[in-house]
Design a protein around this ligand. Structure first.
Ligand code: ATP
Ligand code: MG
Length: 237
């Protein structure tokens, strides 16, 4: 993927609804957010404010009812499920979900989860396996986990594997929904350090958390979601 000069993510006037008929409820309203290459934006807000909905929408997993989304200059608003899947599999956009089990395929070994996106990008298997090991090392996991399935890991191990998976592809935009919520404080510090290194290397991050403390040191800007609306943005420092 080309490194254009423009924003890596442009969200404009986004509305999202869940349900239909009398059960139709608005989850996001008029959300507008631009992220430049290498910029880290923290999105905070109380439970139910729409943070995960914003993450899922930007990943093409929830349909929009108004507004537009551009990713790396591509207008993805009219994309169908296959085009979205291609975008994610090519590694243009990567993610760590709030529930780390959902970030990982339950039937793939940890090694295959890390290697698969690289094979799709045309990396040779041996090289892909080497890179997978080095990223596991970066999140301080031991290589004996490679042969295991996600269900055989602890919540914190899974969360770190899903961070490693998001990094291994070299994506320009990584969406992280509560990436440190299941970690103890030592591991939390380590993962936050990795996120800082990534930002320094030019990767754009959307870092979602209900906890201002964990995003404040990592994000350049903070956006606050309140009842589906982005009410305030400012610098974190
Ligand atoms: P938390 O901090 O608890 O993770 P959140 O900010 O991520 O909360 P969302 O999961 O985005 O909140 O939910 C926003 C609103 O949309 C809530 O009112 C929620 O009940 C509703 N909602 C979320 N997912 C669905 C769904 N699949 N179907 C219907 N309503 C949903
Ligand atoms: Mg959430």
């Amino acid at each position: 993927h080309e490194d254009g000069p423009g924003p890596v993510l442009e969200v404009s006037g986004l509305d999202v609804h869940y349900g239909r008929g009398r059960k139709r409820r608005r989850a996001l309203h008029g959300v507008t957010l631009d992220i430049a290459p290498g910029e880290a934006v923290g999105v905070i807000g109380e439970t139910g404010s729409g943070k995960s909905t914003l993450a899922r929408t930007v990943l093409g997993l929830v349909p929009t009812s108004a507004g537009s989304i551009r990713i790396a200059g591509e207008d993805v608003s009219g994309y169908g499920p296959r085009q979205w899947r291609d975008l994610r599999r090519r590694g243009v956009i990567q993610y760590v979900f709030q529930d780390p089990l959902r970030s990982l395929d339950p039937d793939l070994t940890i090694e295959d989860s890390l290697v698969e996106p690289l094979l799709i990008q045309g990396v040779r298997r041996e090289e892909a396996a080497l890179r997978a090991r080095s990223f596991l090392d970066r999140v301080h996991l031991t290589t004996d986990l490679l042969a295991r399935l996600p269900g055989e890991l602890s919540g914190g191990q899974r969360q770190r594997v899903s961070v490693a998976r998001a990094l291994v592809t070299g994506a320009r935009l990584v969406i992280l929904d509560e990436p440190v919520s299941a970690l103890d404080s030592a591991n939390r510090v380590q993962v936050l350090e990795i996120l800082k290194e990534l930002r320094a290397s030019g990767v754009a991050l959307v870092f979602i958390s209900h906890d201002l403390g964990s995003v404040a040191g990592t994000a350049d800007r903070i956006a606050v979601l309140h009842q589906g609306e982005l009410v305030e943005t400012g610098t974190a420092h």
